[in-house]
Design a protein around this ligand. Structure first.
Ligand code: 3HC
Length: 304
């Protein structure tokens, strides 16, 4: 079995070298995978965002996590210093000129992502591979304004990035073999299992999750008490209840994933007005003394 290629993967000899990484967006997911890139690939990682404050938060997170690894004895002081020195932040995408792997994780809005890639292409080298961490938008549509959409691939991480073992590598009808092969090799260097998925709404994982999370929210939306749904999901054996998972991925991201599925398959997926309402108010769930979720934040919204 050794050396067997994952389903649909092109020859790894086609992979391009990755010697510098550009990360667009410095939010929740981008911070986490920027850290993973620098730890595993040990190459310069440049983070960009429209907000300097967000860049500073991203860098602070990465430094903090490296300090934790140092304290746990998982990194030496020298290695921690070296890795910190490899990560930098800038609001100027011109710094991406010599990056050969550029990955985007801004908020989930198609037009914003299209514009980001159109702009990146002005600065990036002709040979750079471009990747998007979108949760459920069409990767092909995200690349609609690119002159070279054949070098765009989906590279979908799961939260928490350090722990979750999978990456969905999303192939569009245009993605070429060099790009796909580079993505598979990068995933392997991150010690992740990679699967190649088609560019369909929710790919594979979020399609399944949207069903579980959507049904849980729908039960609440239609009158089943929150506590009942939360407790009743325990026998599923998931590491978190559907509501804890929604909180982990972020209520806005969760609502967006449900909306995308509802738009694509209205007869199979629900939208949840309570989830929207919670996301809009930036509210989280109420917790008991042990930190377990016990209900909605009552200040939040009209809960049915
Ligand atoms: N960052 C870094 N490391 C983390 C972490 C985080 N946020 N959360 C947990 N860890 C690490 C801990 O440090 C610990 O590492 P160690 O063994 O080296 O000390 C290890 O993970 C286990 O942590 P805990 O014992 O504290 O926690 P649990 O055993 O309860 O596991 C969990 C925590 C891994 C988050 C588990 O609850 C889980 O798997 N939850 C489900 C997560 C999931 O389904 N994610 C997918 C979401 S979908 C998505 O992201 C896609 C998007 O498009 C919407």
């Amino acid at each position: 079995k050794r050396g067997k290629r994952p389903a649909g993967a092109p020859d790894k000899a086609l992979a391009k070298p990755v010697t510098k990484i550009g990360v667009v967006g410095a939010g929740l997911m981008a911070q986490q995978f920027a850290l993973l890139f620098v730890r595993r690939l040990k190459v310069p990682v440049v983070i960009t965002d429209i907000s300097q404050e967000q860049i500073d938060k991203g860098l602070a997170y990465i430094h903090g996590e490296l300090d934790k690894l140092l304290a746990k004895g998982k990194l030496s002081q020298d290695d921690a210093n070296r890795l910190k020195a490899l990560v930098s932040g800038t609001t100027d995408k011109a710094d991406f000129a010599d990056a050969d792997w550029i990955i985007e994780a801004i908020y989930e809005n198609l037009e914003a992502k299209q514009n980001v890639f159109a702009e990146i292409e002005k600065y990036a080298s002709d040979t750079a591979v471009l990747a998007t961490n979108t949760s459920s938008l069409s990767v092909e549509q995200i690349g609609a304004k690119l002159a070279h959409p054949e070098r765009l691939v989906g590279f979908h991480f799961f939260n928490p990035v350090a722990v979750m073992p999978l990456i969905e590598v999303v192939k569009t009808p245009q993605t070429d073999d060099e790009t796909l092969s580079t993505a598979m090799v990068v995933a392997k260097k991150l010690f992740k299992t990679a699967v190649i998925t088609a560019d369909t709404p929710g790919f594979v994982v979020n399609r399944v999750l949207a069903k579980v999370l959507g049904e849980a929210m729908h039960a609440v939306d239609t009158g089943t008490p929150f506590e009942v749904v939360n407790t009743a999901s325990a026998p599923l054996g998931l590491p978190m209840t559907p509501f804890e998972l929604l909180e982990l991925v972020g209520l806005k991201v969760g609502a967006h994933v449900l909306d995308t599925h509802h738009a694509a398959f209205p007869d199979r997926f629900f939208e949840s007005r309570n989830l929207h309402s919670l996301a809009e108010h930036g509210r989280i769930f109420e917790r008991d003394g042990k930190g377990k979720i016990k209900g909605f934040d009552k200040k939040a919204v009209e809960i049915v």
